[in-house]
Design a protein around this ligand. Structure first.
Ligand code: C5P
Length: 301
């Protein structure tokens, strides 16, 4: 997460993620599911700006940037204490005892209810930005521990890895080195899905698949190997809850991509491309088809 200091203010970039592999190993006593998932951060990102406020307290303003079909609640992103950024700030105040305030400006590009973890990434960015703004000197490990209380995907974004194998409920992170950049085209239909609802309708695999093959293919930069290992156990329940996903899958099956998959709990769908030019070309085609918000992205370096 890039941090730039400008006159005592900080800018943090909050990338979206894609799940290239997601297996459900079991249901836990705490209601969460035990996962094995391979996530990559991509160039589609929100930007957060942090500065000391004129008055006390935490204040969040949201500006939509180029989100055509934002998702479930559209343009009404909450900016009060339901927002994960504000929750992150409040948790930091609570756990450090600091009484400082913050003005936070969010420039939102990642669509909502998309399986791209925009909210979790924003929360991670808030922890990083406020740690700097308030000079808290919390270590990356401290931030990850606080982040895990905010959401299962938050620690991944705090690990600063372009790719990682995530286990537990998602908070146990093992970085994976990518030898080269991967390119994707993403389509997010107007309809969105709630993560909790999709998990409620999923069943753990009776014979779980392992991400080992995916990790090996990623480490070798073997595009066809990566394509062959793409897997998301949440795809079935998401399709049953949202039949539009089935249509989207058929559209992607007709594209000349290496492979395609739904990300996380949906509803974003992505295609693995050979290079940037192909991702941009296919983004143009998908946009013409009116499939919602479409992005050509690459993995973060
Ligand atoms: O952790 P987070 O708040 O992002 O998760 C949202 C919801 O997704 C949880 O309330 C839970 O219902 C579900 N979930 C799950 N198992 C996981 C991660 C999330 O059941 N490993």
């Amino acid at each position: 997460m890039l941090i730039c200091q400008n006159d005592g203010s900080y800018e943090v970039s909050a990338p979206a993620k894609l799940n290239l592999f997601l297996e459900i190993l079991g249901k836990r006593a705490d209601g969460y599911h035990e996962l094995e998932t391979l996530m990559v951060t991509v160039s589609l990102h929100d930007s957060l700006y942090f500065r000391v406020p004129e008055t006390r307290g935490i204040s969040l303003r949201n500006y939509w940037c180029g989100v055509q079909n934002a998702g479930l609640s559209g343009r009404d992103l909450p900016v009060g204490s339901q927002n994960l950024i504000v929750k992150a700030a409040e948790l930091l105040l609570q756990s450090t005892g600091t009484t400082q305030g913050a003005q936070i400006d969010l420039f939102k590009r990642i669509p909502l209810a998309a399986g791209l973890a925009g909210g979790s990434s924003d929360a991670a960015a808030a922890l990083v930005g406020l740690n700097q703004l308030w000079n808290l000197k919390l270590s990356p490990a401290d931030l990850r521990e606080i982040g895990a209380k905010l959401g299962s995907d938050v620690p991944f974004f705090l690990a600063e890895s372009a790719a990682a194998l995530c286990r537990g409920r998602g908070e146990i992170i093992e970085s994976v080195k990518l030898p080269s950049v991967l390119h994707f085209v993403i389509a997010k239909p107007a309809v969105g899905l709630s993560t909790a609802q999709v998990f409620q309708h999923c069943n753990p695999a009776s014979v779980p698949k392992t991400a080992e093959g995916m990790v090996r293919s990623l480490q070798c930069g073997d595009l066809s190997g990566i394509a062959a290992q793409l897997m998301n156990r949440l795809g079935g329940p998401a399709e049953r809850l949202c039949p539009e996903l089935n249509e989207l899958s058929k559209v992607f099956a007709r594209l000349p991509v290496e492979g395609h998959l739904m990300s996380g709990s949906g509803t974003s769908y992505f295609g693995l491309c050979r290079h940037q030019q192909q991702a941009k070309h296919l983004a143009g085609r998908l946009t013409m088809l009116g499939l919602g918000s479409v992005y050509a992205v690459q993995t973060c370096i």
